[in-house]
Ligand binder design. Structure first.
Ligand SMILES: [Zn+2]
Length: 105
């Protein structure tokens, strides 16, 4: 399989950004109120695809319309962790097959 070759770099970078953002556990909220300004949070859905779109996760985030801060509730944070783990597994598999190909050349 030639997968991994045509994975655009910008797509990978997006995942890294998201990972940094959601690694911060302080952003988790159990109730729909902004910790920063006490405003009611709005639900927003963010779609994250892996395996070139073969699997898409719908992550529900809570966004404060006043200050723009985004939160994940606990269930969604777990889902997001799973997505990142899966994505890492896919990437390391790709890296491995790339190395194997190099050695065989
Ligand atoms: Zn706020």
């Amino acid at each position: 399989m030639e997968e991994g070759k045509d994975m655009p770099f910008e797509k990978l970078n997006k995942f890294e950004e998201a990972e940094l953002e959601f690694d911060n556990r302080a952003f988790e909220v159990a109730e729909g109120i902004c910790k920063h300004c006490g405003e009611k949070l709005m639900n927003v859905v963010e779609n994250k695809s892996i395996l070139d779109g073969a699997i898409t996760f719908h992550i529900i985030k809570l966004r404060c319309l006043k200050c723009g801060k985004e939160y994940l509730d606990l269930d969604q944070a777990e889902k997001y962790d799973f997505l990142l783990t899966l994505n890492k597994a896919v990437e390391s598999k790709k890296a491995l097959s790339f190395l194997t190909r190099k050695i065989e050349e």
